[in-house]
Write a new protein. Structure first.
Length: 222
């Protein structure tokens, strides 16, 4: 990752937009540190007179939306069979994202922006499930503005407004911490669930109970 402070305005735009686009739409890019990069880009924009805050923030929102659209198209075009052929490490994160998506629906597209692995996989799952595109686009735009443009603006003003500086660093630090803690908690829960194994089905329990009740004393002593 290049030092953002050393880049020209044009290079800064290109690097930030490209990273956001790839992280939002390419499955193998789920590990990218988007939160940190965006907040840092805001700090750099404040210290660099040649960098336009609004161009940087607006372009980032567009890049995030375009990346999500690619993810949606990938899921809609290739479907679940293609997803199930991904490497095991990808499948682990995909399973977590699917549980997250099934729980929150379209809102997941907004919340997932603050969770690295989720913001990469949830748009793909929306495509697989054939979410209505207008609904997908509305949620995607909201998430792109809050996360993409929001973190850049937060970083920008963190360096200029004294009372906001501490609050901004707390918010950014919390976002980064959550991006680490949430995947770890999900991994632990999945591991514990696998150790416990699947719960017996109700019908199976009834059958077992029926067989136990139907045994005669003589057969049980044998």
């Amino acid at each position: 990752m290049p030092d953002l402070a050393e880049l020209s305005a044009g290079a800064l735009y290109a690097v930030v937009w490209a990273l956001v686009f790839v992280e939002s739409g390419v499955l193998i890019a789920f590990w990218m540190p988007g939160d940190t990069v965006l907040f840092t880009a805001g700090l750099v924009a404040q210290a660099s007179p040649g960098v336009s805050l609004w161009l940087l923030a607006g372009g980032t929102a567009v890049a995030a939306t375009a990346g999500n659209a690619v993810g949606y198209w990938t899921g809609a075009r290739y479907g679940r069979p293609w997803l199930e052929k991904r490497p095991p490490k990808v499948l682990v994160h995909l399973a977590r994202a699917e549980a997250f998506y099934e729980r929150f629906g379209p809102v997941a597209l907004v919340v997932a922006r603050f969770i690295p692995w989720a913001r990469t996989f949830v748009p793909v799952l929306a495509g697989v499930s054939r979410m209505r595109y207008s609904q997908f686009l509305a949620a995607t735009l909201a998430g792109a503005l809050i996360w993409g443009a929001g973190l850049i603006v937060l970083g920008y003003f963190a360096a200029t407004v004294p009372w906001l500086k501490t609050a901004a660093y707390v918010v950014a630090g919390t976002a980064v911490a959550l991006s680490v803690v949430v995947p770890v908690v999900a991994a632990v829960r999945n591991r514990l669930a696998r150790r416990r194994g699947p719960a017996p089905r109700e019908g199976q329990q009834d059958d077992d109970g029926g067989r136990g009740a139907g045994q005669s004393p003589s057969s049980s002593t044998e």
